[in-house]
Every structure is written in C-alpha cells, then in structure tokens.
Write a protein that binds this ligand. Structure first.
Ligand SMILES: *Cc1c(COP(=O)(O)O)cnc(C)c1O
Length: 399
C-alpha cells in the first residue's frame, strides 16, 4: 500500500520543488532575537520574526520562566477539567481579561486551537458566519468545523459585508469574524465600521488580534484600542506566540457567558493538554511588564515609523501603514525571492512572499520590525536594500 502513495507523494513533492514553492527550514543556532546566529556560525540581523517587542529572549521573561518552572513544574499531563488547572493558569486568564478589558478569558495550546474551538460550540445550523476573504487559515478551519452557513465578504469591503448581513436577517445568530491585522500587508481591519454594522444588523463580532495584541493602540491593547471600539468586540482571539513572548499558547477573551460556554463545549480545550505552567507563568510576567510601561511598544512604533520613512525616502514602493509588518512591493515572484536571498548574503534575514500566499504579480519582501532593533540595525537594513536593488538592476521596480 505505501508504495503507491509514496510514488504519488514523491511526484507531488517534485512539483512543489519545480514550482519553486518548496519551503526550506533555516536552522538557527541560538536564541531568537534582533541578531541571530545561523548555521555555520554566521550572525545576521533578523527582520522576519513576530518578535515585535523583543520578548522572545528578554532576560526578565527568561527569569520568570525559570521561576515558573521551579514553582509549578514542567507539565501537567492533563486537560484543564481533570487535573490540569493550576493557580497560574487562572492568574493568566484573569490578567489577560484585565489587559484586554474583557469579562473572561479561556486558554488554548495555540491561537490556531482557539480559532478551531471558538465557533463550533455556539454557531449551529441556524447561524451565519460572515468572514473576510483574507482571514487567517485557522479562522477558516474553525468556521469549516461548524454547521453554520458561511458568507465570505470581499476583503475589507464594508458594502459587501453589509449586503451579506442584510441578506441573512432570517438567521437566528450572526457573527462577523475578521483578522485584526492582515499579516501579508500589515493592514488594520476597519473595526469601527464592522462594529457599527454589527450593531445595525444585530451580529456578534470576533477579532483575531494575533498580530496586534501588545503592540497596537496607545497602550498596546490591540486593534479595538487602535480603532476606538473597546467594549464593542464580543470575542477576541489572540496568541502568546508573537508579541507576548513568542513561546506558544493562545486564548479567547470576551463576554462572560460565551467564555463560560466554551469551557463546557470547546473541543480543543476539552480534549487537548493544558498550556505548560512555564509558558503561563512567563506570559503573566509579560502582561505585568506591558501593564507597567508602554516603552517597548513605543520603541516599536518609533522604529517602525523610522524604517518606513527611510525606505520611502530611498524610493521603495511600500504599502503605507503603521504596522511593523512592512511589505516591500517588488511584484515579480523571482525578483522577490532572489533579492531576499541576496539580502541574507548581506546579513539581513528577510523572506520573499509570492503566489499563493499573496495574489499573482503582487510578490514582495515582508519586513518585520521589532523593539529589539536598534537604529543601527534599521540603517543597515535600508542600506542593504538599496545595494541589493542596484545590483539586481531593479531600480525601475522602485519609484
Ligand atoms: C499567528 C496567527 C495565528 C496562530 O497563532 P498560534 O498561536 O501560533 O497558533 C492565528 N491567527 C492569526 C491571525 C495569526 O497571525
């Protein structure tokens, strides 16, 4: 039996390689950070991590993880409702609710699981889920697991969302699901309009704020704060695997009864192991840090503004915005990948994105800025972009 599927898979893997779509994993020889050591001992500047606040290897967070390990042990060997809930898990849930300004929070092993488990319990065949065409894969999968009707609205198109809402007034429950930040463009969802429409048409709002929690908004509370709709979003899903330390884990935070119901019914919560107490304890320390001072998100904001301004000055075509995800538009697939390789040669680690991750003819290099970057790092990156662009004779690609 295996012989048949093996030759089929060998063929398909060859197709992936031939199309230039094979994903190689680059091995890092040390901790995550602004500067990383890659195999062979070379040091490069990292511009492609979701380590927005530089907390992945922050000394205070590492220390908090050690303390949690000593106090609570390594693992729980249980799901939450059997014998897998420690005080540190309840503390993290309370602290997350306080940070996001919500009533309650439920932890998951990852935001992928949070999104996989958040819809199915209460969105049944009488419900309609309205979902942005560019939503994250985990939202798409979570919605697929429900019996609710799915209505996909054109990306960011509020008129299309409104017409879907008015067409689905016969449904018992309606829920709008959107990414808070769309990760290919670093673009913030129009939560103000979404919340207005939700109120007008009596729908719930769910925002996946994985690329915003801890960084967007004046105090880093995410897109609801950035868009001025605090208290109007019913459910927020987010990850601890990006700005909040970058280890793993995620949560759903929001209205009390919804969260209470998820604790009873959400399958990835009921049938998957508790988040390690080490991660829970360290994430509490992250929230302590971010509640005490906004200095890291302020530095990230300043770094982002500086890098965006310098790149525009140098003539690059970047999508305007405020997010530390900075897409450098190159349009041609091969150019984006070859330039990313050449940049790595210059000690700047960035990644080219092409179809099917982004639309055909919209290839780009996606740069991600961190609070761990210093001005000198940002200057080195801009300099390398200019040199590599000249070498590729791609000056016509930039304005
Ligand atoms: C990264 C990401 C996820 C997945 O988070 P994990 O905790 O790594 O599973 C989910 N949704 C969005 C929008 C993301 O960017």
């Amino acid at each position: 039996m295996y012989g048949r599927i093996r030759s089929e898979l060998t063929e398909r893997l060859k197709e992936i390689r031939d199309a230039g779509l094979y994903k190689q994993e680059r091995v890092i020889d040390g901790p995550q950070g602004a500067e990383i050591q890659v195999e062979g001992g070379r040091k490069v500047l990292n511009f492609c991590a979701n380590n927005y606040l530089g907390l992945s290897s922050h000394p205070g967070i590492i220390e908090a993880a050690h303390r949690a390990l000593d106090a609570w042990g390594y693992g729980m060997s249980s799901v939450r409702f059997i014998c897998g809930t420690q005080a540190v898990h309840k503390t993290l849930e309370k602290r997350m609710s306080a940070f996001l300004g919500t009533e309650d929070t439920i932890l998951y092993a990852a935001c992928f699981d949070a999104n996989g488990g958040v819809f199915e319990p209460f969105m049944d065949q009488d419900g309609v889920i309205l979902t942005d065409a560019l939503n994250h894969a985990s939202l798409i999968d979570g919605i697929r697991l429900t019996k609710a009707r799915r209505m996909i609205y054109a990306h960011g198109d509020m008129a299309d969302l409104e017409s879907n809402l008015s067409e689905s007034m016969d449904a018992k429950n309606r829920l709008i699901a959107t990414d808070g930040v769309f990760s290919m463009d670093g673009e913030v969802a129009d939560l103000k309009s979404i919340c207005d429409l939700a109120e007008k048409y009596d729908a719930l709002v769910l925002v996946d704020d994985s690329h915003a929690t801890g960084i967007l908004g004046k105090t880093g509370r995410g897109t609801p704060e950035f868009c001025g709709v605090e208290g109007r979003v019913d459910l927020i899903t987010t990850t601890f695997g990006k700005a909040l330390g970058g280890a793993s884990g995620g949560c759903v935070s929001g209205r009390g009864e919804l969260i209470e119901y998820l604790r009873q019914k959400s399958r990835p919560y009921l049938f998957s192991n508790t988040l390690s107490p080490v991660v829970a304890g360290a994430t509490v320390a992250v929230l302590d840090l971010l509640s005490g001072t906004t200095s890291l998100r302020d530095k990230l904001e300043a770094n982002t503004r500086y890098f965006r301004t310098e790149m525009v000055k140098a003539g690059f075509d970047i999508k305007p915005g405020v997010h530390p995800i900075v897409p450098i538009m190159l349009y041609e697939e091969r150019l984006a990948h070859d330039m990313a390789d050449a940049l790595l040669g210059e000690g700047i680690y960035v990644v080219g994105f092409s179809h099917p991750v982004v639309p055909k003819g919209r290839a780009r290099i996606r740069v991600q800025i961190s609070a761990a970057h210093e001005r000198t790092h940002l200057d080195r990156a801009v300099g390398a972009f200019v040199r590599v662009t000249e070498r590729f004779g791609a000056g016509d690609r930039i304005v």
